[in-house]
Design a protein around this ligand. Structure first.
Ligand SMILES: [Zn+2]
Length: 138
């Protein structure tokens, strides 16, 4: 429906129409419809946006919308599941790596402990050799 710019007659239907996609404020996909009209009163041909009445809310369109929503939901779930699986895999890899590093750190600590014990023994025997026996109590 559009108004003739020459004589102001309301023209109900365009002879041709086309649409461009646009996004609404909510980020939902929508489209803007343009049309070519011919005025039945003055025969002027003009282009205007077509004021589309909101799509009639039929059971069919509700079901279609629900199907779309359901589809998106299923997709989202699928993506989330894949993401979680990937993250869980990564997590267990990291845990394994940490476990390995811990073991390495532990054996390093053990080696150091052994070395320290040996060094202490060495110090002790050197002190004994030099007659420092009293220092033993520290
Ligand atoms: Zn007209």
């Amino acid at each position: 429906m559009a108004k003739c710019p020459k004589c102001g007659t309301i023209v109900e239907t365009p002879i041709k129409e086309w649409s461009l996609p646009k996004k609404t404020k909510n980020g939902e996909k929508s489209k803007i419809v343009f049309g070519t009209f011919i005025c039945p009163n003055c025969s002027a041909q003009f282009r205007a946006t077509v004021e589309k009445p909101a799509e009639p809310t039929t059971i069919k369109s509700i079901v279609k919308n629900l199907k779309n929503i359901e589809g998106e939901f299923v997709n989202t779930l699928k993506n989330l599941r894949e993401k979680i699986q990937k993250l869980e895999g990564e997590r267990s890899n990291l845990l394994l790596e940490i476990e390995e590093l811990k073991k390495m750190a532990e054996s390093k600590a053990n080696a150091l402990e052994n070395e320290i014990t040996m060094l202490r023994d060495e110090v002790k025997s050197l002190k004994e050799l030099l007659g420092y026996e009293e220092d033993e109590k520290e």
